[in-house]
Design a protein. Structure first.
Length: 631
């Protein structure tokens, strides 16, 4: 796991940017604290910051060149099945000089070209330059675990692992207001767009070829999906396959030349990962965080029960409210594109303390999206089966009038029922987008002073939900999950984990996202995943022996923080005197002063609703704006 950056010039003006690669590389130091390197050749410059995980010797440093000097690679990620391909290369007489996966990937590309991607099981973004043809190849992994951003104009193409590394080339910065409009709804910006015009994100499963000033974008992978046409397998056969695939996936992800452990929350997903990994590594190191004085946000006791069952070497980092508040400046400073999933705060703290013990952590990310683990999945399932539908439609006007809040038991129940009732009145695509959002399109419009391009927004929105029922067939519940894997998983969940873990030089691996397991997840029907009693049905049944008895029927608990309380108290001065101050809002000329003032007042009302998520999104944006746009 590392950070990469590079530029390829299309003309003499573009060549003037080649010398900026070192400055860009420096911005990625936290991603790669173990070494750096820069490569120049004619119209190309490549930079690399290394986090040494496999073959930690200097011989494996990057940029890495083949023995002929023709090809050079910079690689961010891991190639888990590299050893089998390494032996094949040796048998063919390839003169390998390291034990790294980077070298194996380079020679696979030299021998097989773009088809080498079919043999790589892992997560990655990488670039390979062919000096003889003066041709650059850039690729991103199938699922989108590792990020890659692209800036392109008539003079050059720039790429990097992070937005700050792109901006280090001193590009023109111009806010994309359609992206901001979507951010206000989702609290993140989905690929391929970014907060800046002319900067895009390379889509998962895509590669670029840049040759003779021509840029070609190719989709090399798409998750196979044939709804309503599932192979004839009974449920017991499905469970056996799921278990086998998961055990194989965890085993592949144990390859490391540095200390390895696992995150453990006590929930279904991390428990399965730890149960498998603990059989492969005795006294596996596991880690979780606990919030002192707030049991609502504390899963540490559950994690300790699981750790005891699987005999892991477990560490709980007990955090106070002051510890969490104290980390906010660190998070806000590291974020280089507005991203406001507040659970990033907890991931940041967990990563910060875990990296003192290990350099690689296994995680349970992806299971909720693949196997229906969220509350919205239960709600969608009930609507598709028509349960409670008529009652909900009748109750919606009453629910609308009642106070709603995530931070009280009754208020949260009313909030959930109201969202459910509103969703019951919508068609499936409209409902999907609304349930992915914190506010609706009208509320987002009111926040902005200037009108956005409605056609552009609708085109983007349609593209984001294009996997949700093509309209020519009956809706399949797996459409929801397939959409989640393309929208929420790479753009929210994986972005959060990559950003917060790499801020501390910690590599996080996701066994549930092995592409073989992902493909099988979409080869089984919805009934294997969700029913009236539970989501993630097949995971719970296939790994029944891995869960402590007292946790088997425990409700899912999110990785959350007491955000509303912070906004009402600890962050009040930051909100009222600085970032959302009336004078600054008027001077900025982006947001409606009237709407911002209304939101500030709603914080302290009896019906705060989702205001904490809106305010946090605005805090993140404003801090980003001040850092990168206010001189």
């Amino acid at each position: 796991m590392c950070g990469i950056t590079g530029v390829i010039a299309f003309n003499d003006e573009g060549k003037s940017f080649l010398d900026k690669v070192k400055k860009s590389c420096d911005t990625l130091a936290k991603r790669g604290p173990d070494g750096e390197g820069v490569y120049h050749h004619h119209q190309v410059a490549l930079g690399h910051r290394r986090l040494a995980i496999i073959d930690t010797t200097t011989a494996a440093n990057q940029p890495f060149t083949d023995h002929t000097g023709r090809y050079v690679i910079i690689f961010n990620g891991e190639f888990f099945n590299f050893k089998e391909h390494r032996q094949t290369l040796i048998n063919k007489g390839v003169p390998l000089r390291t034990h790294s996966d980077t070298e194996v990937l380079l020679y696979l590309f030299i021998q097989e070209g773009t088809s080498c991607l079919e043999k790589v099981n892992g997560f990655f973004s990488f670039a390979i330059y062919d000096k003889e043809l003066e041709k650059l190849f850039i690729a991103r992994d199938r699922i989108g675990v590792k990020p890659l951003l692209i800036y392109q104009d008539k003079d050059k193409l720039i790429f990097a692992s992070e937005m700050k590394a792109i901006m280090a080339y001193e590009i023109k910065k111009e806010i994309d207001f359609e992206s901001l409009y979507i951010y206000l709804q989702l609290n993140y910006i989905p690929a391929p767009h970014s907060i800046l015009k002319n900067v895009r994100k390379l889509m998962p499963g895509h590669y670029l070829e840049i040759h003779k000033n021509e840029v070609t974008d190719v989709a090399y992978y798409k998750i196979p999906y044939h709804p309503h046409h599932y192979p004839p397998m009974n449920y017991d056969e499905q469970k056996q396959i799921i278990r086998g695939l998961m055990e194989e996936s965890v085993s592949k992800r144990m390859v490391s030349d540095v200390p390895l452990g696992a995150f453990l929350s006590g929930g279904v997903d991390s428990t399965i990962v730890v149960a498998i990994a603990s059989k492969l590594i005795p006294n596996l190191k596991t880690f979780c965080i606990g919030f002192k004085g707030d049991k609502k946000f504390d899963e540490s006791q559950d994690a300790e029960v699981v750790a005891k069952m699987h005999k892991t070497d477990h560490t709980t980092f007990h955090m106070t409210n002051d510890d969490l508040i104290g980390s906010l400046n660190e998070i806000l400073d590291y974020i280089d594109e507005p991203f406001a999933d507040s659970s990033a705060i907890a991931v940041n703290i967990l990563s910060k303390y875990t990296c003192d013990h290990i350099k690689v952590a296994l995680s349970g990310d992806g299971a909720d999206e693949l196997f229906a683990g969220y509350n919205k999945h239960k709600a969608e399932w009930h609507l598709q089966t028509k349960k409670y539908l008529d009652y909900l439609k009748l109750a919606e006007p009453l629910l609308h009038t009642l106070p709603k809040s995530r931070h009280s038991k009754t208020g949260n129940l009313i909030r959930q029922m109201h969202r459910f009732a509103l969703g019951a009145k919508m068609d499936s695509k409209e409902r999907y987008w609304r349930w992915c959002s914190f506010i609706n399109t009208l509320e987002a419009s009111k926040l902005l002073l200037n009108d956005i391009d409605r056609n552009e927004f609708q085109d983007r929105q349609s593209d984001y939900v294009k996997y949700f029922n093509d309209g020519n067939r009956k809706l399949d519940f797996n459409d929801v999950l397939y959409s989640d894997v393309h929208l929420i998983l790479p753009n929210d969940m994986l972005t959060k984990v990559d950003m917060m873990s790499m801020a501390h030089g910690l590599e996080v691996r996701n066994p549930f996202l092995d592409y073989h397991l992902v493909e099988f997840a979409f080869a089984i029907p919805e009934s294997s995943k969700i029913n009236s009693k539970t989501g993630k049905r097949i995971l719970k049944d296939a790994f029944d022996d891995c869960f402590p008895l007292e946790l088997k029927n425990k409700k899912k608990q999110g990785f959350e923080v007491p955000l509303l309380r912070w906004i009402q108290n600890d962050l009040r001065s930051l909100i009222e005197d600085d970032l959302l101050n009336d004078d600054f809002i008027k001077e900025q000329k982006i947001f409606s002063p009237i709407e911002i003032k209304r939101l500030r007042q709603k914080i302290y009302s009896k019906d705060p609703g989702e205001v904490h998520a809106q305010i946090w999104g605005l805090i993140v944006f404003q801090q980003w704006y001040k850092k990168y746009f206010v001189t």
